[in-house]
Design a protein around this ligand. Sequence first.
Ligand code: FDA
Length: 399
Amino acid sequence: MPVVPPSPYDAIILGAGAAGLFCAGRMGQAGLKVIVLDHAAKPAEKVRISGGGRCNFTNIHTAADRFISQNPHFAKSALARYTPTDFIYLLARHGITWHEKTLGQLFCDQKSGAIIKMLLDEMEAASGELRLSTEIRCVTHADGLFTVDTSGGVLTAPKLVVATGGLSIPKMGATGLAYDIARQFGHDIIPTRPALVPFIFTGADQEDFASISGVACDVRAQAGGASFDEAMLFTHRGLSGPAILQVSSYWAPGEPVTLSLLPGTDIAEVLKAAKRDRPMQTLASALETLFSKRLAGMVQERSGNTHALRLADTSHATLEALAGALKDWKVRPAGTEGWRTAEVTAGGIDTSGLSSRSMESRHLVGLYFIGECVDVTGWLGGYNFQWAWASAAAAAEDA
Ligand code: FDA
């Protein structure tokens, strides 16, 4: 019988992204010998491009209700045990400084490469190994050991952490490997869909939106029971901007999205006051006091009123109807821009098959799933990285 040499590794981590690298550092610090494998030539490419190159690495308002999951309670334990403050302390130890942009979103003062360097330094200081440009061919499990067959040889370890992310942006190397491994070991997958993604439109809506592409406006966007007050951006293909990306995660195909323009402004009152104070002003120029010139032009055209219509000749009922339409504007997206531009994947590995304390499989001891591949999807604004750090910390603590 051939003698199998003992494995030099306690854990193999698949995926050198945010969750995988962070987990490697934490496991190494706990005394485990860890190797991280990734098919990409460079580690953590999504960290690099995130936050416009400044990595929105967490959100100080992190709470489980800012994550979408079939089980809204699942993320609570991990998020409570590794918090935004914990990550901020880690940054401080590495001399990385940060600033809050808006709504609790924390960005690096340095380029996001500083976060990648920190993750790699933490991993290396804990004797973790990283193997890039390595294809994962297959994973098997027998006699308490995982065997990973790769383009660089066969590796074994008693623990396997799957951190290969979701399906968003295939051009950056996203694959469904985590879901394949999960299925192989008896896990269910909650259907995946692109999230934090712009909407596309067809017909007159698409033409109108394209005609003012680049224009932004504050809105309350509502879909699927969720509501977000943030900026919306008109694009060549439809609608984008933070408010739209946020509701896209709650939207179901075929459903309308309700837009309330200028949520903090009583548009009817502004128009009626303008009629009282400046009756000779045109409706078009009154709208320009509320919106940018191009958006005001589109609103006026869609209202069916002529450009030259003076406020003095416009009834209060007409002004109220126009304001009402802007406060309850139902648009029906033809779809989303899909995986090509989606920031994250909603759905994923069913949390009912995982321990919320440790991210370990309930089907197989030693198998862990962390980060975006799990059915936990954060809002826009640093929540998804916080989930990557927190789920990785939970797995490392257990292992
Ligand atoms: P991640 O995708 O980071 O890593 C997975 C790794 O697995 C990759 O290195 C990949 O190459 C590897 N892999 C995949 N398939 C493999 C295979 N078959 N074999 C081997 N390796 C494989 N979030 C946030 O909180 N703040 C932000 O500012 C942003 N900004 C942002 C911008 C853009 C453009 C995108 C696309 C996404 C964001 N996000 C974000 C989301 C965030 O990037 C995402 O949630 C995390 O990177 C998820 O971390 P994971 O480690 O789970 O996956």
